[in-house]
Ligand binder design. Sequence first.
Ligand code: MEV
Length: 321
Amino acid sequence: MKKIISSAPGKAILFGEHAVVYGYPAIAIALSIRSKCIIEENTERNIQIFLENYNQRIKAPDFYRLEKKIPSKFNQLVTGLKLLQQKYDLNYSSLSFCFNTQLFPSSGLGSSASIAVAFIYGLNEYFGLGLSKDEINNLAYEMERIIHGTPSGIDNTICTFGNLIYYKGGEFQFIEVDTELPLLIIYSNIEHDTKEAINRIRRFKNTEPERANSYLKSIGKITNKAKNHLQQGNLDEIGDLMNKNQANLSSLHVSNQTISEITNFCLENGAKGSKLTGAGLGGCVISLGDLKILKNISQQLEANGFKSFLANIDKQGVRIE
Ligand code: MEV
């Protein structure tokens, strides 16, 4: 029986979140932590979708009925199936699709994009469609729109191609990095709140435009400096810039006490840099440092109830396992 396993990396914003909303640049990194999609035939002669992380399974005799009974959590996946079916007249009966991710869901690590990219890539392989990575990326973007409205496209792009992306005003540019970038990604145990975080900065800009704009401008400068240091592999400088970026995010009121406690703990224990990643007000903290030091920090955080994982740059993007 035919079986395809595809996987795609997650992502984190390394520099520039929020400032990017106001036209400044941001840098995103593909993380060596992946989401997987397994496509195989089943003997029940129906269509099955299984989300392992949620232990949720749905079965339907055909695509039409699958679409009717699907819970909203699966909408993105049905969109992917539909897009390809319309284009290539595919038959999904007797196919099982199983998904799992090592990423913390709903925490700004691009789990939905990495699942979408792995899914389209897996279908491409299973049916021998011969799609290019650009086409995979575009289809995954259509799936992302179902969940996120009009996303920037950064998540699906980085999950498809891997590496680091510098983006500004809708333009993407890959950054070549030769060194390892050992990172620890820590979940703050609080869901991130993108809407509230963006609104906070908007309110701040309305009431104190000069102060708010100076913090955003400063983040823009930090991101540009970081781009150069990433290209040169200067880890100490990158860590220092992460701390400066965090200080500005904190001044913009999108950090919180738990995030500060985690970043301080990481720095006190030898990390080179530590900051929130993504929207803030929860979500994840990203710390840079020597692998051994990060391992030690991870163990100590675990003992204090904070889950984390070690990661590095993923240079491959989506792949078949
Ligand atoms: C959220 O992951 C990143 C923000 O900069 C929002 C955005 O860029 O759309 C906070």
